[in-house]
Design a protein around this ligand. Structure first.
Ligand code: ADP
Ligand code: ADP
Length: 234
């Protein structure tokens, strides 16, 4: 059961001449936690935009090759179909908040899909319990700590039952304690069978979580293997 497949994918942004991604091929089976890492500018954010369909649906550059998620080719299917399969946790959780209170934020995406109110309430209560957010349901999302914001963003993604979660530098704004708690949450999710695709250049918090890693350099995969290949590098 394959969740992600890239086949010889290249991409050049509009008005650019160099390739942001250059001949990328890899596949991610269900239940795996994969890390993509590399220095600033190597193509990590571009890869994330390919996974959630922002490329080519919102960035109209020059794309070659094929990206499939859950069997659907992202270039030809509707972006709403992609968003049913792929949940994206962006670097700044605030960028993805639509509502004011935690409860409304958790319900928002489900309301957009026309899910019945009772079903929504059951879903968000389950996610609030899982993330120990129940006492914050009436709070403003903007008053939360960075760690709590991250948990609300992740809970609202999980409430939508995605097949894979793509996380773009999720530890960037977290202090060491919150990072450790977040790593534990991801480890639990993985044990429950969730597929995780993590993009990060900080590696210290990932060694127990990641099954497989690859390194990007100038838009190409320059190294791939177990997490230990990275420990040699740093
Ligand atoms: P990070 O390493 O955290 O992904 P970057 O420095 O690569 O951050 O990019 C920060 C933001 O600037 C991103 O949203 C990216 O799309 C944008 N960006 C990066 N390079 C360019 C560029 N050459 N032209 C326009 N926008 C760019
Ligand atoms: P990373 O996330 O690893 O820092 P990016 O995917 O942001 O790398 O960048 C890969 C290449 O694409 C870089 O050369 C960057 O300047 C370019 N790039 C990124 N975003 C944009 C954008 N919005 N417009 C034009 N070029 C971009």
């Amino acid at each position: 059961n394959e969740i992600i497949r890239f086949e010889n994918v290249s991409y050049t942004y509009p008005f650019q001449t160099h390739k942001a991604l250059d001949g990328i091929s890899f596949a991610v089976p269900a239940g795996e936690a994969v890390l993509c890492t590399g220095a600033s500018g190597c193509g990590k954010s571009t890869l994330v935009r390919m996974l959630n369909g922002l490329i080519p649906h919102y960035f109209h550059g020059n794309m070659q090759g094929r990206v499939r998620v859950c069997g659907a080719e992202t270039a030809t299917c509707h972006i709403h179909e992609i968003s049913r399969y792929v949940g994206t946790l962006f670097q700044e959780p605030e960028q993805q908040f639509f509502a004011l209170t935690v409860a409304d934020e958790l319900a928002f995406a489900l309301e957009c899909r026309g899910i019945a109110p009772e079903q929504i309430q059951a879903k968000i209560r389950a996610e609030a319990d899982r993330f120990r957010l129940a006492h914050l349901m009436a709070a403003s999302v903007f008053d939360l700590s960075e760690g709590e914001k991250q948990k609300v963003a992740l809970a609202s993604i999980l409430a939508q039952s995605p097949s894979v979660i793509v996380l773009d530098e999720p530890s960037a704004n977290l202090d060491p304690g919150a990072t450790e708690e977040f790593a534990r949450i991801l480890t639990d999710l993985k044990q429950q069978g969730m597929t995780l695709f993590i993009v990060d250049h900080r590696l210290y918090w990932l060694n127990k979580l990641v099954d497989r890693a690859f390194v990007l350099e100038n838009g190409r995969i320059c190294e791939t293997g177990s997490f230990s290949i990275l420990e040699k590098r740093s």
